[in-house]
Design a binder for this molecule. Structure first.
Ligand code: SF4
Ligand code: SF4
Length: 217
């Protein structure tokens, strides 16, 4: 390659759009299913969705969730069920963001934001308590001083986590199957499956098995 053809390569590259951004001032939009820092969600009436069942803790491969359930006080219930999550902790020094806890949760109590930049300087900050994980009255994550949030990284923290519809049935595409949420209400369903693509042994037109619907509670 001659001297001038080398320059031609350089100039061609200079005219192409940049692929880098001025991070962290500018952050790229995250993929819709990105697994970031968790939140514990609440219903639209403010009640906590967690019922203290410990399924998330049981399935967690990193053993980083600690839950203790307790009976709801009859006069001042915390969740709509019999029990609620009295203690809830996630150890982010161990979490691998696999999202199995989100998949296991029967009430959509635990979901993940798109925040991944949270570097803490001591071990106690790395163990998030229920008070830190529980969404605020506006339905958004309570931001900790060491977390680097940008824009809407806590938008749409749920309704995206179901990678598959019930039984993998494509006929459920576009149908709401989750409950209303504080600050957000019912979220729109994620699109993804082709409704005309029947799965093995399942008729795509068979919508007889309803999921949630309405407020889904
Ligand atoms: S994302 Fe995975 S590793 Fe992290 S708390 Fe949930 S189940 Fe455990
Ligand atoms: S977050 Fe979900 S799975 Fe975990 S204890 Fe609460 S209700 Fe059960």
């Amino acid at each position: 390659m001659g001297r001038f053809s080398g320059f031609a390569v350089t100039f061609r590259q200079m005219l192409k759009p940049r692929v880098t951004t001025r991070y962290p001032a500018v952050k790229r939009e995250k993929p819709v299913r990105m697994h970031g820092r968790h939140v514990l969600n609440r219903y639209e009436d403010g009640m906590e969705k967690c019922i203290g069942c410990e399924l998330c803790a049981g399935i967690c491969p990193a053993k980083c969730i600690y839950v203790r359930g307790a009976d709801n006080p009859p006069d001042e219930p915390v969740s709509p069920g019999e029990r609620y999550g009295f203690v809830y902790e996630i150890n982010y020094m161990r979490c691998i963001h696999c999202d199995l806890c989100v998949e296991a949760c029967p009430t959509e109590a635990i979901t993940e934001t798109k925040l991944f930049e949270f570097s803490f300087a001591n071990r106690s900050d790395g163990i998030y308590t229920k008070e830190q994980l529980l969404v605020a009255d506006d339905g958004r994550a309570r931001r900790q001083p060491w977390e680097l949030w940008a824009g809407g990284e806590d938008d749409d923290t749920s309704a995206w986590m179901r990678a598959t519809s019930p039984s993998g049935q494509a006929a459920y595409e576009g149908r709401i199957g989750w409950s209303g949420e504080l600050g957000f209400g019912l979220r729109q369903p994620e699109q993804g499956q082709a409704a005309d693509a029947p799965r093995d042994g399942i008729d795509a037109d068979d919508t007889s098995r309803e999921v949630g619907g309405g407020d889904g509670r």
